[in-house]
Design a protein around this ligand. Structure first.
Ligand code: NAD
Length: 305
């Protein structure tokens, strides 16, 4: 991999990926419309194209000379996808097809590594969630991510585009925007704790999540792009452990050295109750599994703030 293109490279996970690639001497082109990402996230050593993944000319330009396409751009918020159904569907599914189209048009092997989500499991409560579990999304966002996986499979059958789709569980780490009303619970709790404010918990707080540290996610993305495997595979990226939101508030208060003051509000409708992934297939395919513990990850996050 001499050059890689990264869509969504100005975002949270994309920013970490771009810095990792550059640190390994890989040349990077970022395509991002800055709808939720920030220009300053992209290091000056990367080539930056401000553009839309729906624009074929911008995608073709960004893909020039690349051997890998990391497709992370998306409307990444479940709430925003509910509100802007068609617009987010276009970015999240048609955007994926733009990658397939551009890779096919380039006429040379370009590995596609893309972001799916644990949201594809939705109502499935067959814990731990393995890739073989039923996919029953509860949101347009989850349905669109599942659509990306189906198109990736079709792209292999029809165009021989090799891909790896990653079902990210709850990713956290430095650089997640806490000011966005849609961002992850850890960045919100961090923001509140640093401001000496109570953290808000929806419902009883006994809902649980599998929190995976961003560097562990980036490791998987890079390994997938370097693997020789062909076909269209889908892999979880998860720790295999779940933590309740109440427990998270307690652990974070400790990591941030603040008293755990909790403000309970009504639960959210349609929210998944428990989420925990199975990393067995990931480990068999790529020879690693996320190992950063929540305490270690929170320590790194605290140090970066
Ligand atoms: P993010 O919002 O920080 O990054 C997404 C990036 O995509 C942003 O920089 C945004 O400006 C860009 N973008 C959006 N629409 C675009 C368009 N039309 N054209 C070009 N660029 C566009 O989100 P993130 O947390 O870094 O998520 C990255 C990917 O991982 C997304 O596909 C998301 O759905 C997926 N994912 C994230 C999590 C998580 O916990 N953060 C969990 C599951 C899946």
């Amino acid at each position: 991999m001499k050059r890689a293109m990264v869509t969504g490279g100005a975002g949270f996970i994309g920013g970490h990926l771009v810095r990792r690639l550059l640190s390994e001497g890989v040349e990077v082109t970022v395509l991002d419309d800055l709808s939720s990402g920030k220009r300053e996230t992209v290091p000056p050593e990367a080539r930056f194209i401000q553009g839309d993944v729906l624009d074929p000319a911008a995608v073709a330009e960004a893909m020039e000379d690349a051997q890998a396409c990391f497709h992370l751009a998306a409307v990444a918020s479940v709430v925003r996808c509910n509100e802007a159904l068609i617009a987010s569907h276009m970015v999240n599914v048609t955007g994926m097809l733009r990658m397939v189209e551009a890779i096919t048009a380039a006429g040379r092997p370009i590995r596609l590594v893309y972001a799916s989500s644990a949201a594809v499991y939705g109502a499935s409560q067959d814990l731990p969630l393995a890739e073989t579990a039923a996919t029953t999304p509860l949101s347009p966002y989850g349905a669109d991510k599942l659509g990306c996986e189906l198109h990736a499979r079709a792209a292999w059958e029809v165009c021989r585009v090799t891909s790896t789709g990653f079902r990210f569980f709850n990713v956290y780490g430095p650089g997640q925007d806490p000011t966005s009303p849609y961002s992850g619970v850890i960045s919100k709790f961090a923001d509140r704790l640093l401001a000496n404010q109570p953290v808000t918990i929806f419902g009883d707080g006994l809902q649980s999540r599998d929190f995976v540290y961003v560097a562990d996610v980036v490791e998987g993305l890079v390994r997938a792009a370097r693997s020789d495997e062909t076909g269209a595979r889908v892999l979880n990226i998860c720790t295999g452990s779940e933590v309740t939101i109440l427990e998270l508030a307690r652990v974070m208060a400790e990591a941030f050295n603040r008293p755990p003051v909790i403000n309970h509000v009504d639960g959210l409708s349609g929210e998944v109750r428990h989420s925990r992934g199975d990393a067995t297939r990931l480990e068999a395919a790529l020879g690693y599994r996320p190992r950063t513990t929540l305490a270690e990850g929170l320590g790194k996050l605290r140090a970066a703030l």
